[in-house]
Design a protein around this ligand. Structure first.
Ligand code: NAP
Length: 328
């Protein structure tokens, strides 16, 4: 079978542009012992792909000429693994291509779970929100949780978990529509439009007792504003820094880190891959909340493998609400 791929043509400098991608066609790969061949059906589009395109991070950089690394779903069409039958839907690192070989660690998606849910609230996004907030941020009922990128895939779930745990929740997002969605639909107590509001002043207004947990998806000036409003023993969860991923030169760090000393604060980063062995406990809670009507999730679907670069761009322009994914 012919396998169409979107590959890495050159490493990005600044914003990812069309020059970074190439398209090619070759023969579909052949599964070895214990492996399966899948027809890729959905791609998960994540900000971390931009980092993988540029440099070594927590995973090695994508090689020039290789397909763009990406999580996604596929239907098994050939199996050398008794635990993963032909016809099952699996999640794995499929890459931006039509056919992929996955190993024994391919995760079989239970029947009845919609692909949009499997790639968002019950996927890496939901796990990131769950463990980042509860394990790293450790909110306590009655505390104030501030989250940036709040109308995005991860942030929208973080805010709802915090609400369910009895916290006051304030979100930061990039448009009035997104802010209205947070407060009117998702039950956030307040929302701040970072494009039009004085963020530090609005955090002070909406978090009068200070910020007990700041879940940071964006870094940059918003991180500085949040640190400046930390409550005593406040925690900063370093999940992501999308405002900085396209920086061509390292930007100066927050100039108020001494606040962590006076407030006895804590900043801690995490990578969700370290929590995958505990995914069952997160999915059980998330499923209870979604099926009980306590939690909503939004998806932003782009059609077609060739559109994957445009889908990635949506994360950086803020065109998306909720989880960006590509349907092949
Ligand atoms: P997402 O939030 O669905 O999409 C990214 C959002 O970031 C956009 O919707 C945009 O919304 C906002 N944004 C873009 N540029 C911005 C800027 N300059 N300033 C402020 N906001 C900006 O994406 P996601 O997949 O859920 O990822 C969110 C964050 O989590 C990313 O930083 C990602 O790297 C991180 N992450 C970390 C882990 C981990 O293991 N640590 C795992 C998954 C994701 P606006 O309209 O509001 O600007």
């Amino acid at each position: 079978m012919i396998n169409r791929r979107v590959t890495l043509a050159q490493r990005p400098v600044g914003m990812v542009g069309p020059e970074c991608f190439a398209r090619d066609e070759g023969l579909s790969p052949t599964p070895g012992p214990g492996q399966v061949l899948v027809e890729v059906t959905w791609l998960s589009i994540d900000p971390t792909i931009r980092g993988w395109m540029q440099m070594d991070t927590y995973l090695p950089a994508i090689e020039i000429g290789a397909e763009i690394r990406s999580g996604g779903l596929g239907t098994v069409i050939e199996s050398n693994n008794d635990d993963i039958p032909v016809g099952s839907t699996v999640f794995g690192m499929v890459g931006w291509q039509q056919y992929a070989v996955l190993g024994a660690d391919a995760l079989v998606i239970p029947e009845g779970v919609e692909p949009q849910a499997a790639l968002s609230v019950f996927g890496i996004t939901g796990l990131t929100a769950y463990f980042g907030l509860l394990d790293v941020g450790r909110p306590v009922e009655g505390e104030t949780v501030l989250v940036s990128g709040a109308a995005g895939a991860t942030g929208s779930i973080v805010g709802q978990i915090a609400r369910i745990k009895g916290c006051r929740v304030v979100g930061i997002a990039g448009s009035e529509e997104k802010c209205a969605w947070l407060t009117d639909e998702l039950g956030f107590d307040a929302a701040i439009n970072y494009r039009t509001d004085d963020v530090a002043a609005k955090i002070r207004e909406h978090c009068p007792k200070g910020v007990d947990v700041y879940f940071d998806n964006v870094g940059g000036d918003i991180l500085t504003a949040a640190i400046g409003n930390l409550a005593l023993r406040g925690r900063v969860v370093m999940c992501g820094a999308i405002a900085q991923y396209n920086d061509e030169n390292p930007r100066p760090g927050p100039n108020n880190l001494t606040t962590l000393i006076s407030m006895r604060g804590r900043m801690e980063g995490f990578i969700i891959l370290d929590y995958l062995s505990r995914s069952g406990e997160a999915i059980a809670d998330l499923a209870t909340w979604v099926m009980g009507g306590d939690m909503k999730y939004a998806v932003d679907v782009v059609e077609g493998l060739d559109q994957a670069p445009d889908a990635l761009d949506r994360l950086f322009s803020g065109a998306n609400s909720g989880k960006v994914m590509v349907k092949l």
